[in-house]
Design a protein around this ligand. Structure first.
Ligand SMILES: [Zn+2]
Length: 93
């Protein structure tokens, strides 16, 4: 009786663990892009959000976006400007 009762539960819990592993794996793959920055955060009236794995990548992406969409000049992206932008980059969860 106890064997019969525990067997389906065992299979079930194994299945759940497997599903959990798949879920965690999916999350890990999706979370390669951890850092986000809203265009709004750097002062533009725009809903564009930049996502990347590193701060450098975020800054590069937002620079590209701002140059294309907001006519920002490349020379405006000074090291000082980058430092300011860096403060607005946050982890997405
Ligand atoms: Zn924008």
């Amino acid at each position: 009786m106890s064997l019969l009762a525990s067997k389906p539960q065992f299979i079930c819990s194994k299945h759940t663990i497997f599903q959990l592993c798949v879920l965690i794996l999916n999350l890990l793959t999706k979370n390669t892009h951890l850092l986000t920055l809203s265009c709004k955060d750097v002062g533009f009236d725009c809903n564009h959000v930049v996502k990347a794995g590193t701060e450098e990548e975020v800054i590069r992406n937002i620079t590209e976006h701002a140059m294309k969409q907001h006519d920002m000049k490349a020379e405006n992206m000074t090291p000082k400007m980058k430092e300011i932008i860096r403060k607005f980059i946050h982890n997405s969860s």
